[in-house]
Design a protein around this ligand. Structure first.
Ligand code: ADP
Length: 626
């Protein structure tokens, strides 16, 4: 139980403690009040039973006494008896009386019948011929005699002094002409009555006015005093010699009167003590008290049994309540667990939500930061572009001032010289100088022309162009140069006409630039060869220009498309051709790249969008304008 209690939750433990306390209190209350109450009830039942028994016993006694009550007077009235007391010395009369009394005694089943003279001497008796005859005995001390001789009714119960047998005595005066001349005494045996009194759990006793038991189903109680045998009582008893020479003693008894006014007698005996519930009734006519003593053991054990049954019932009820409370507690516990789990879940959800919200916030912050960074980046890029533009402008300006200053300085020198020469009359020399000035101006004009291309309209609309035509025009432009340099030009444009999206004049310019460079590159080679090929590859057209020159050195490959980059000597190259070509191809949404061939020589690749078939028709004639 202790273990069980320890394993319980505080709530169910409280239930158990409360339940235990209630059950214990209830049990104690039942044990205390129940026992006394049930004892009262069973005592009451016992008392009722005792009353019934008492009633029956009293009726039986009354009936028994009533049977003999009038007989003494009847006998006293008998002539024969009267004559006897008038003539007590008459032997014959005495004998006759003796026989008469004996016969009547037998007939009436009484104990003894005898005649006493006024002086107390017995002159005739029914037991005249018995072992203890009364004849000659003096009973003047007996109240029944005294009452009768005084003219009243003699009633007495006592232990026979002669016979040593208990009996009830009826005395009646014998009236003669001379007055009361004697007394008739009728003794009734009480043993017979007693024999019917042996009950199972009760005792019937008859006590005299001094409280001494005269009749009882139990022989050991006879002649014992229920109350204290005081001097007075003993003296009064001795006076009438009620108990002859019998030894009187006190019964070890304790008397208690309960709250319900039940008379309880606890009598000690050899085995211990027995408690009796006592109900009594006085019989004044006989001057005795009849009592019924009921053993309270059965009433008490019945009360105890009932209380035990009640306690069992309470125990069962407590167990039932315990089971109910336990199951309720379990249910409550389960509900609490579920509630806790739910709360925990909700807590977790809330935590996760908070986490998510935090992550979300962090993400938003990051997004903001990235946006800011991006803005910063764009700004930086824009700044860089701006800086790049400025740098390019600066580069261009530096290059231009370099390109123009030298010829201008030369022009100035030639002009000064020409002036001096003219002044000196050297017209021919002056003319030569002016011719040089003209050549230098021509060169500057040529640069200026090329620069114009930088200022071209960048988004001029593209048209389908037939590659074959562009190549043919290009061939015309470069043919004179190729012839002088003795360069062989091989053209391979495949069988199909190749249409591409471009501006034909600008594309032609690009091809002229690249082929011219190739022609420059192959200079000095024993065999001089330049090849141009064109092929359609899917949606694109690839134009390749190869030569068998020295190729483009690795170190300068990245720079050859920069403006004014040239490896050619002064007056030979401006370094603008590839730069302009690169920008033109880019405007065509194409690409211009360079690589070296494995067998030696450089290869320039122009990649452009092919013209869609349906876009070709009707557009061909517009090419001229571009
Ligand atoms: P320029 O022809 O006036 O020098 P370009 O821009 O046309 O200017 O060419 C730049 C440089 O590229 C040339 O100086 C040359 O060094 C190099 N280059 C161009 N084409 C070839 C080629 N086919 N083989 C070798 N180098 C070349």
């Amino acid at each position: 139980m202790e273990e069980t209690l320890r394993n319980m939750t505080p709530v169910s433990r409280r239930y158990w403690i409360v339940l235990g306390a209630v059950a214990a209190t209830l049990s104690a209350a039942i044990a205390y009040f129940g026992t006394s109450h049930m004892t009262t009830i069973y005592m009451e039942q016992a008392a009722r039973r005792g009353d019934n028994t008492l009633g029956l016993a009293v009726s039986a006694l009354r009936g028994e006494l009533a049977r003999y009550e009038n007989l003494p007077e009847l006998i006293a009235d008998h002539e024969q008896i009267k004559e006897l007391v008038e003539n007590p010395g008459d032997r014959e009369r005495v004998d006759a009386a003796n026989r008469y009394l004996k016969s009547i005694n037998a007939l009436l089943e009484s104990s003894d019948i005898y005649i006493i003279m006024p002086d107390g001497t017995t002159i005739a008796a029914s037991n005249f011929d018995g072992p203890t005859p009364f004849v000659g005995e003096n009973f003047s001390y007996r109240p029944y005699f005294q009452d009768a001789v005084a003219g009243g009714e003699g009633r007495f119960f006592a232990l026979g002094t002669t016979s040593l047998k208990r009996g009830y005595y009826f005395g009646a005066p014998i009236h003669t002409n001379a007055g009361i001349s004697g007394v008739v005494v009728f003794k009734v045996d009480v043993d017979v009555i007693e024999q019917a009194w042996h009950g199972t759990d009760y005792e019937i006793i008859v006590t005299d006015p001094e409280g001494i038991v005269f009749m009882s189903g139990r022989e050991d109680w006879l002649f014992t005093g229920i109350g204290a045998l005081t001097e007075d009582r003993l003296a009064r008893t001795a006076e009438t010699r009620r108990y002859a020479d019998a030894e009187l003693r006190e019964l070890p008894v304790r008397r208690t009167v309960t709250a319900e006014r039940y008379d309880l007698l606890t009598i000690e005996n050899r085995a211990g003590s027995t408690e009796y519930l006592t109900v009594s009734e006085q019989m004044p006519e006989a001057d005795w008290t009849v009592s019924v003593l009921l053993d309270t053991a059965s009433a008490r054990s019945q009360a105890m049994m009932t209380v035990v049954a009640l306690l069992l019932l309470v125990g069962l009820a407590a167990m039932g309540a315990a089971v109910y409370l336990q199951s309720r507690a379990r249910l409550a516990e389960r509900l609490a667990t579920q509630r806790e789990a739910k709360e925990q879940l909700e807590r977790r959800v809330a935590e996760r939500t908070a986490d998510l919200a935090a992550v979300n916030k962090r993400l938003e912050q990051e997004v903001d930061e990235r946006r800011a960074t991006e803005r910063q980046l764009r700004k930086t890029q824009a700044d860089l572009v701006q800086a790049g533009k400025l740098a390019a402008l600066g580069q261009m300006s530096a290059a231009l001032s370099h390109e123009f200053n030298q010829p201008l300085a030369a022009v100035r020198a030639y002009a000064d010289n020409a002036t001096v020469l003219i002044d000196r009359g050297r017209g021919a020399d002056a003319r030569m100088n002016i011719g040089r000035i003209a050549a230098l101006v021509e060169r500057m004009a040529s640069i200026s022309r090329h620069l114009r291309n930088f200022a071209r309209k960048p988004n001029a609309k593209l048209r389908p162009v037939l590659l074959e035509e562009v190549v043919r025009d290009m061939q015309e432009i470069v043919s004179a140069r190729l012839r002088v340099a003795e360069v062989e030009l091989a053209i391979d444009l495949g069988d199909e006409p190749i249409w591409l999206m471009a501006g034909s004049v600008r594309l032609q310019q690009v091809l002229v630039n690249i082929v011219s460079n190739a022609a420059d590159a192959v200079e000095g080679q024993a065999e001089r060869f330049v090849g141009i090929s064109g092929r359609r590859q899917g949606d694109r057209v690839v134009i390749a220009v190869r030569d068998n020159g020295p190729g483009v050195p690795e170190a300068i490959a990245a720079r050859i498309f920069d403006p004014f980059f040239t490896t050619k000597g002064v007056g030979k190259g401006l370094g603008l051709g590839l730069s302009i070509s690169y920008n033109i191809v880019k405007d065509f949404d194409g690409s211009l790249t360079v690589s070296n061939l494995p067998e030696g020589g450089a290869e320039f690749l122009i990649e452009l969008d092919a013209a869609a078939e349906d876009a070709v028709d009707g557009n061909v004639n517009l090419e001229v304008a571009l």
